[in-house]
Ligand binder design. Structure first.
Ligand code: NAD
Length: 249
């Protein structure tokens, strides 16, 4: 891998599954110290599997007390925060149009996908300032960049995250804090597989919309997140990187 991450203190939300778990494995293999957070208790199993330099916390990123507890754990266990990867996400439970989306479902997408990263950034940035800088990587979606029927409210919540990231990149550049966004296209994770299971015909349709004609692998997108998080990208901030096999090209 290009870029160093050894010894860095990295927080990964959504680390129990899919893209977050792939990032945790990659960062750990390259010597980062990890705080892994997730709603799912599976995150504690992953910490036990990784062993040294990996701790887990079960919590909901959209709750301010939980978000703060995640950041506080990094400070109490390792002494600060260098890297924050907001990967936890909620795709919604509606397969219909905007009109079919319940208010509660909309609110939950906004809470997890937009409010959650706001909460963790708000708690982490003062510690990054104290350490002379840091890197924040927020995971949005191609649905933030392009209209996809049935994903409209989800895309709106992720577009909010893109704007939050770009604004924070400008606001905290003077503190050497970089903030970048990754927009995944379809990746083979439990989140996507659950959607495909509910509608088996959708898989071929999704793949047909990807010029590279396949789903992405969590390990592939983890490398893009590593690039942003590590010192391989010191002059890159406020950018939005689609990782989607050409889906939005
Ligand atoms: N897989 C795809 O095709 C795809 C496409 C575009 C965007 N994304 C985004 O990528 C990110 C990772 O998704 P994935 O595909 O790995 O999904 P996944 O379901 O495998 O993992 C998501 C993880 O986030 C956790 N989580 C959900 N809500 C949470 C909350 N409130 N607090 C803490 N943890 C919470 C879940 O428990 C789960 O472990 C998400 O933000 C998702 O929206 C995924």
């Amino acid at each position: 891998m290009t870029g160093q991450i050894e010894g860095k203190i990295a927080i990964i939300t959504g680390a129990a599954s899919g893209i977050g778990a792939a990032v945790a494995h990659l960062f750990h293999a390259h010597g980062a110290r990890l705080v892994m957070a997730d709603l799912s208790k599976g995150v504690t199993d992953l910490a036990a599997e990784l062993g040294e330099n990996a701790v887990a916390i079960v919590g909901d990123v959209s709750e301010s007390t939980d978000a703060r507890a995640i950041i506080d754990l990094a400070v109490s266990k390792f002494g600060g925060v260098d890297i924050l990867c907001n990967i936890a996400g909620y795709p919604g439970n509606s397969r219909g149009t905007l009109v079919d989306c319940s208010d509660e479902n909309f609110d939950k997408m906004v809470a997890v996908n937009f409010r959650g990263p706001f909460m963790t950034m708000k708690a982490a940035i003062p510690y990054m300032i104290a350490r002379g800088g840091g890197s924040i990587v927020n995971v949005a979606s191609t649905a933030a960049l392009k209209g996809y029927p049935t994903l409209v409210p989800y895309g709106g919540s992720k577009a909010g995250l893109v704007a939050l990231s770009r604004g924070a990149a400008v606001e905290f550049a003077e503190h050497n804090i970089r903030v970048n966004t990754i927009c995944p296209g379809p990746h083979e994770t439990p989140m996507l597989l659950a959607a495909v299971e509910a509608n088996p015909a959708s898989k071929e349709k999704i793949i047909a919309g990807v010029p590279l004609h396949r789903l992405g692998k969590p390990e592939e997108i983890a490398q893009a997140i590593y690039f942003y998080a590590s010192d391989a990208s010191p002059f890159i901030t406020g950018t939005v990187l689609p990782v989607e096999g050409g889906q939005t090209a």
